[in-house]
Design a protein around this ligand. Structure first.
Ligand code: ADQ
Length: 465
């Protein structure tokens, strides 16, 4: 394959578990990658989404919207060991500080290595030395190492969408040294927050003897690694426009009919134990308990479509939320008032934008989160003349940038309750001031900034390769 575009920009090759194939332009990341891929005649390598009973070594090459895709199938055993197993029952819980939920099974790691090797083989076969390989997320810690071990020289970068935990936590993964060696084989590693960068830098210095050269660069043997703080953004202006689209207005009108005069407090999350949903529900219960004057005056609506529901912990979470919302509605509700509405389903982006805009308070309280794009979407969707208030967990990567939100500890139910009350009572001038600062920030460091900031790290790394 050749780069059919300008000589100055190398062809970009993205690698991720899921690609945008079949649902192009669905989200910010898909758009940001698709644009650059289309501009550079690029390639996107990922899982086809198909699972077969027996392994099939088939790679499907297809084009869509100016982007080429190389799609790889998985067998049922690979999907269970790699995706449900190592990625989502080891790495996801540990990286989110939930060691108690991790299942350390050596078969899972074997499957993880096998899939990383298989993807590396496809990268090697379908790219040239001039290409720039950008690997996304925790599914592929080992890909660059497998490429190198096979003698395949490529410029490789890796972006981690989820947090990098404290070294003490990361070390508890039995295979942590192999994973770290994998990460350190990339030339550029991008992380979401300053906290993640500090954790990663400390880990590689303490555990594998990395030598710090300057703020971003580390020497590991004869390899130089660039560690880039690169918080992901959204298409802020585009999302802002979505919030006044027809679909947004329709969704908002529908909900407004149910709300009547009540103020809306909204939560929108993939149903995941990292998102702090039970703690958030409990925080709202404290609010209703402490402030009877709010009874009948507000409605908390939580939208949380189930994800990964075949993993045991996710099924348990679903049950816990069903019980909690039932209990809180039973305790505080009345004939004409349901305190918590909990909708276990997804909505279209435009519809979500309309719902965010209607909400006086956006409640984003994860216990750990790489970034949290909902916080940014909520701000982008607001009416500048009458904006709502964002209540944000200190443990979301977004808290690094969004300091004009009401920042709280999500484990502290009282703090959640008090922040919601403060938000509901906040004078218009203060809401406008906070919103303006937040909106300017998400426009400045939007999804295109993120992509360019990451790729620019290769300029610094130039010559080391
Ligand atoms: P996620 O854990 O999925 O992403 P998040 O950043 O909040 O978390 O993104 C969720 C996306 O899904 C948002 O765009 C949101 O609009 C959408 N969404 C959520 N609920 C929805 C619903 N009910 N209907 C439709 N859409 C819904 C991972 C990391 C994050 C990191 C992102 C990007 O865990 O920390 O911010 O990647 O790097």
């Amino acid at each position: 394959m050749t780069n059919n575009n300008s000589e100055s920009s190398p062809r970009l090759v993205a690698v991720s578990n899921r690609t945008a194939y079949g649902s192009p332009r669905a989200g910010g990341l898909a758009v940001a990658l698709s644009d650059t891929l289309a501009e550079t005649g690029g390639l996107w390598i990922g899982w086809s989404g198909k699972i077969f009973d027996v392994p099939r070594r088939r790679v499907l090459n297809v084009d869509e919207d100016g982007v080429s895709f190389a799609l790889i199938d998985m067998s049922k055993a690979e999907y269970e060991g790699f995706y449900l197993g190592y990625a989502n029952s080891v790495l996801w819980p540990v990286m989110h500080n939930r060691l108690d939920l991790a299942v350390f099974d050596s078969d899972y790691f074997a499957a993880y290595k096998a899939i990383n090797r298989q993807f590396a083989d496809v990268v090697a076969a379908q790219t040239t030395q001039d290409d720039l390989i950008w690997v996304q997320d925790y599914h592929f810690f080992l890909l660059a190492k497998f490429l190198k071990d096979a003698g395949c020289n490529r410029r490789t970068g890796f972006f981690l969408h989820i947090p990098f935990p404290a070294p003490e936590v990361f070390r508890s993964i039995p295979d942590h040294l192999t994973l770290a060696a994998g990460l350190c084989a990339y030339e550029v590693v991008g992380l979401q927050s300053s906290h993640d960068c500090a954790n990663f830098a400390r880990y590689i210095q303490e555990e594998i003897g990395a030598e710090k050269l300057d703020d971003e660069r580390f020497r590991i043997g004869d390899h130089i690694l660039t560690l880039r703080l690169c918080p992901i953004g959204i298409d802020a202006e585009g999302f802002s426009l979505s919030a006044t689209s027809q679909a947004a207005n329709d969704a908002s009108r529908k909900l407004a009919r149910f709300l009547g005069e009540r103020d809306l407090v909204i939560g929108v999350d993939r149903m995941d134990y990292s998102k702090g949903l039970p703690q958030r529900f409990e925080g709202m219960a404290v609010l209703f308990d402490k402030y009877p004057d709010l009874h009948g005056k507000i409605s908390f609506t939580q939208i949380a479509p189930p994800s990964r529901s075949v993993v045991e912990e996710y099924a348990q979470l679903r049950q816990q939320l069903d019980e909690l919302s039932g209990r809180i509605n039973g305790d505080y509700g009345d004939l004409d008032w349901i305190p918590i509405r909990y909708l276990a389903r997804g909505y279209e982006r435009d519809e979500l934008a309309g719902l965010y805009r209607l909400a006086r308070v956006g409640l984003v309280t994860p216990l750990q989160d790489g970034m949290n794009l909902v916080a940014k979407e909520y701000i982008a969707a607001q009416d500048p003349d009458d904006p709502g208030v964002l209540v944000l967990s200190q443990f979301a990567g977004a808290a690094d940038q969004m300091t004009d939100a009401l920042i709280i500890n999500p484990h502290d139910r009282n703090a959640v309750a008090e922040a919601v009350r403060t938000a509901l009572n906040m004078p218009l001038a203060e809401r406008q001031r906070r919103w303006r600062a937040l909106y300017d920030g998400i426009c400045r460091q939007d999804i295109n900034w993120w992509r360019e900031h990451f790729l620019a790290a290769f300029d610094t790394a130039e010559g080391q390769y």
